[in-house]
Structure formats: C-alpha cells, structure tokens
Write a protein that binds this ligand. Structure first.
Ligand code: ZN
Length: 132
C-alpha cells in the first residue's frame, strides 16, 4: 500500500512532525502488522526520528547541523544551497518503523520529522506499508 503526504513548509529550516499523518494513514488503511517505510524524494530534506516532546531537541540538532554545514562556504554547487544538500545526506531520506496492532511501534518520546533544509517549498513524503 502506497501513500503520499503533501506538505508546504514555511521557513528555510523547519522540522515538521509527521507521526500523526502516518498514524492516520495506518488507521484509514486498516493496516495491522508489518513495516512502514517513510521516504522523502527530495535532495534538500530528510526524515528523522528523535524526541518530539521538547522542541528544543530538534532546534539543537538543526543548530549542530548548521555548524557542520554553514549556509555560506567555499562550495561549488551554483544553486547556493549546498548546506541543504549536505544536511540531507547526513540525516538521510528515509526511515523504517515497525507497525504492530495497527500502531507505529515508537518509543514514548519519539516523533517522526520531515526536516526542511531549503524551504519554503511544497514537499512530498512517500509512505509504503509492507505487510508481514
Ligand atoms: Zn541545489
């Protein structure tokens, strides 16, 4: 079963919590057990799982990523968004989460984030539910 989530990001750097979007997909599809594969088909974004309870955690991660890949640098890519491409590669475009009894099996504090590194843009997240 294949689904897409459409997002409109509002800022250049933004973390959008998508766990509720994915839970809604699982609920409406009556999917019970297997794997949920979450994939961002963009070169300047990423999918991350980390704490969603305190938003400062994601702010700190973005702060650290910006230290690793500053906006301005001696980059070759002419589009001017090399920092976003680097951050996207560091975090990666996908995550896989177990689904059991129709629910994502995540830790209490874990959220699933779409990370925007070069917004605002219209974005898509692909979700594949694999029975098993
Ligand atoms: Zn680029």
């Amino acid at each position: 079963m294949f689904y897409t989530i459409n997002l409109k990001t509002k800022r250049r750097i933004e973390a959008v919590e998508i766990k509720n979007h994915i839970n809604k997909i699982i609920l409406e599809s009556k999917f019970s057990s297997g794997l949920c594969f979450i994939y961002s088909p963009h070169t300047t974004s990423a999918i991350m799982i980390n704490e969603s309870f305190d938003p400062a955690v994601v702010d700190d991660i973005n702060y650290f990523l910006s230290k690793l890949a500053p906006k301005e640098g001696d980059y070759n890519h002419l589009e001017g968004n090399s920092d976003a491409h680097i951050k996207s590669s560091l975090i990666g475009p996908s995550k896989t989460v177990i689904v059991e009894n129709g629910r994502l099996v995540l830790g209490t504090w874990q959220g699933i984030f779409f990370l925007e590194f070069d917004g605002p843009r219209t974005r898509t997240v692909n979700v594949k539910l694999i029975e098993g």
